[in-house]
Design a protein around this ligand. Sequence first.
Ligand code: TYM
Length: 328
Amino acid sequence: KKRILSGIQPSGTLTLGNYIGALQHFVRLQEEEECYFCIVDYHAITLPRNVEQLRENKRKLAATYLAVGIDPEKATLFAQSDVSAHLELGWIMITTSYMGELERMTQFKEKSKEAESIPAGLFTYPSLQAADIVLYNATHVPVGDDQKQHLELARDLAQRFNQRYGETFVIPEPMIAEFGARIMSLTEPTSKMSKSSLVEGSYISLLDDLKTVEKKIKRAVTDSENEIRFDAVNKPAVSNLLTIYSSITNKSMAEAEEHFAGKGYGALKTEVAEVVVDMLKPFQEKYEYYYQSEELDKLMQHGAEKARKVANETLQKVRDTLGVGFTN
Ligand code: TYM
């Protein structure tokens, strides 16, 4: 069995990109593998957050995980901040990191560009992410393409620690799908679909009203040809729509291309909108239920207890390996 860990930041409503690049894989993986899925709220505070909003976003994300079909009987679903071992090992991974490698992280470079003063936590963010992963001895980490660099760093840190102190951590493998790991903006198909975009029509929020979803997809840009085929370089917009279609219907890209052979862009958009709406409709109903329910709080507590057991065991070993503490 593989050991899977992945995390999502509670920083707003998730997009179709988060679903296709991450959540959809989580749901599939829980059937076969030992899975840990995390709401990384300590990562979310690396940029200043409004407290009420964080509370809401945390609950939204928990409800989203449950409504897409994460089953707390099959997978361990928990909040990072409920398992204090993340921060302890996070510090240890910071001590294992070099300034130079953290400075090279593109996400850090981008986010610090916008900040007036750069928060230190934004800088050490990837070290905490590495701790999240090795704490559960994860063998595989399913993520979208934008996390690739962070995962390479996580591997480097795990390896460095093992070299310094002796075999301790499993070296995690990224799991990045060939298609769908980078869902693009609907209006500007050379940039990533992101909820922080200022152009509303560029992304689909999982909580968008279904009429709006349809409208956004119908207004998506295409290109001046009329042939539906996958070519991310020359036809990024059409390729993105094809990717959305194939990911949600679970068809291969070849099957998707075949399905649309000879059809026009109008038909492509209609069918993409259809499959997205069909996926979102039951999701949104379950979401409403979970968001309001007390069951959600119980499930998150239960998940935290399960996660703590595994995490604390790793942390004990690491403390011992490092020679710190008197009460191991
Ligand atoms: P976050 O919260 O930004 O994104 C959550 C997941 O969604 C993927 N994703 C996308 N996939 C395809 N197309 C897109 N347009 C798109 N946008 C986002 C992301 O790649 C990610 O898999 N640092 C992480 C959170 C994290 C983590 C971890 C992940 C913290 N600790 C440990 C894995 C393991 C982040 O900010 O993801």
